[in-house]
Design a protein around this ligand. Structure first.
Ligand SMILES: [Zn+2]
Ligand SMILES: [Zn+2]
Length: 162
């Protein structure tokens, strides 16, 4: 947990949509607000949040809105290995994520060095790089407190097959 970004008022979400040249619709407002309120939520969580606002909204409608918002750059989609896609509204700062191996909790990590130095690859191979995906893996404070460290046997840690 750290500071949480301020939850946008509906008018704020509205101006974000307008600023991105997107038509303001109820599903878009509801999805944008849901993602604001639940950083790194997955699609299921976003759908249930949106349904508290618009009971009849379909899965497909929410998927479509998420895609439109992501394409417009209002929402960032992240997908750590082994995880479903997660969404957040903290876009454009190329921040990183730390993921708990036990429960899948995700937290934001600012760029380790400064603004976005990891976008400056040591050798870009001629690519125009616009994103560097860095994922830190470990255990969140809750999981670390709940169980002692797994013994380091030197072999790959066994991961429960859920
Ligand atoms: Zn955890
Ligand atoms: Zn994030």
């Amino acid at each position: 947990m750290g500071k949480t970004s301020t939850v946008p008022s509906p008018t704020n979400a509205e101006s974000l949509l307008r600023g991105a040249d997107l038509r303001v619709t109820r599903p878009r407002l509801a999805v944008l607000t849901a993602v604001h309120q639940r950083p790194h939520a997955d699609t299921e969580a976003i759908i249930s949040a949106v349904r508290t606002e618009i009971a009849a909204v379909s899965h497909q409608a929410v998927y479509n809105v998420l895609r439109a918002l992501t394409d417009a750059g209002l929402v960032r989609r992240i997908q750590p290995a082994g995880s479903v896609a997660r969404y957040e509204v903290r876009v454009g700062d190329n921040h990183h994520h730390v993921v708990c191996r036990s429960c899948g909790a995700i937290a934001d990590v600012d760029c380790a060095v400064s603004e976005t130095p990891c976008l400056t690859a040591s050798d870009d191979n001629g690519y125009a790089i616009d994103e560097a995906e860095v994922v830190y893996w470990g255990r969140c404070p809750t999981c670390a407190a709940a169980s002692p460290k797994p013994e380091a046997t030197g072999t790959a840690p066994e991961r429960g097959t859920t």
